[in-house]
Write a protein that binds this ligand. Sequence first.
Ligand code: HEC
Length: 231
Amino acid sequence: MRAFLTRPHARWRIALEMLVLGFVLAIVCGALVIYAGAYDVAATRHHWPLTEWVLDTARIRSIKTHAAGITAPPGLDDQAKILMGTEHFADHCAICHGAPGVPKGDIAHGLYPQPPDLAVTSKRYTDTELFWIVKHGIKMTGMPGWADHGDDELWATVAFLKKLPGMTPEEYGKLVMQVMSHGGQQHPQDRATIGQGHEHDGTAPPSAVQPGSPKDHSMSGMGQGTPAKRD
Ligand code: HEC
């Protein structure tokens, strides 16, 4: 009777010991790989499909969870908000993500992961998720957080992103021209630099866009202000 009771118990103990040993071995091997410099951090070497799946899933779940407590303000369809968002997008985002009729800048080409075309992928997110992404950025990618910009400006950028899917280069150009004709009054701090190049951040001004001429050279240069200066 006694032997009958202790044997399964001993088996559990061995199984537990093996598990702990396996865990310790995994940590030791992981530490060895890291200290030996065997993990390749090169942006030119892409992730394994499994790593990609883990990172994608972690990103999507994290964004959903962290955006859950946010409430979107009313009026995201207001033209004034969309114009304010257009200005912010043209100044800070088009360089990496491109815009209708505007290719990504050189700086975006070597990034891994690549900045996606937001006209396609922003549809996958709710307004509050977009706000969270733009405010906080995405760790270990080139996506910066813009928490130092006011929430008002970031919600305006969300208002613009909602209009982006299906937007033609002509429509984008028109929006940019409207921003120009308002003299960038949505952001007094930016007004002085509109049309003269944003020296403080190196991005090209929205004035580089000519509405109705998507193939116009000046338009395609819009997202490329920084690399052009670096060359
Ligand atoms: C320096 C380059 C860079 C700039 C500038 C930049 N982004 Fe990004 N952005 C990225 C990269 C890279 C990713 C992809 C991250 C990933 O795959 O996890 C990204 C992802 C995103 C996503 C998530 C899209 C998706 O498919 O999951 C949104 C939304 C976004 N950016 C919006 C913006 C907005 C709005 C701005 C401007 C305020 C901006 N980004 C500026 C590089 C940039």
